[in-house]
Design a protein around this ligand. Structure first.
Ligand SMILES: Nc1ncnc2c1ncn2[C@@H]1O[C@H](COP(=O)(O)OP(=O)(O)O)[C@@H](O)[C@H]1O
Ligand SMILES: [Mg+2]
Length: 157
């Protein structure tokens, strides 16, 4: 069984909570545990925040963020695929941007840990970007691989 959804959002701070919750609710059909759901929300939140503050910056409120999600289910195990795209400023050097603690917005107290968090909390991560064109973050989360059932029941209650 497969499922799919696509969201287009105005790049404003208010939509960050909506985006992470929408993706989490979409993932519910895969029967996730609380910790899996929390990992997904954290990663989506980091990616969406990056679109708002880095990709679009001062023009954020006039631009859009695109989120596509797909689920696959193979028996008890499910996989959630997430793609988050912006048409913002792009990233000059992806390897540098992905290194822990690297930030171009240090004066705004950004930690530089967004990409590290996305990689840590998800099972798959890929970044594509073109200067002046935009950025695409792809993430994958396996659901129900080694979770205890008690926790799983609470989410579905
Ligand atoms: N969507 C994006 N568009 C343009 N630049 C980005 C985007 N996402 C991240 N970056 C760049 O990569 C750097 C590292 O991002 P991240 O690890 O999330 O740390 P932080 O957001 O705290 O700066 C950012 O400071 C920024 O320069
Ligand atoms: Mg960030």
């Amino acid at each position: 069984m497969e499922n799919y959804m696509k969201l287009e959002l105005l790049a404003v701070g208010e939509n960050e909570a909506f985006a992470r919750s929408a993706v989490a609710v979409f993932a519910l059909s895969l029967n996730p545990s609380l910790s899996e759901l929390s990992d997904i929300k954290t990663a989506v939140s980091e990616a969406v925040t990056n679109c708002i503050v880095h990709a679009y910056g001062k023009e954020a409120g006039e631009n859009r963020i695109f989120i596509e999600c797909k689920t696959e289910k193979q028996g008890a195990v499910g996989v959630l695929h997430i793609k988050i795209t912006d048409h913002g400023c792009g990233i000059e050097d992806i390897d540098v941007a992905m290194s822990p603690f690297y930030t171009t917005l240090a004066e705004e107290e950004r930690s530089g840990m967004g990409f590290t968090i996305m990689q840590t909390f998800m099972d798959g991560f890929a970044l594509k970007s073109e200067k002046g064109k935009g950025t695409e973050v792809r993430m994958r989360k396996s659901i129900g691989v080694s979770e205890n059932e008690t926790e799983r029941e609470r989410v579905n209650a």
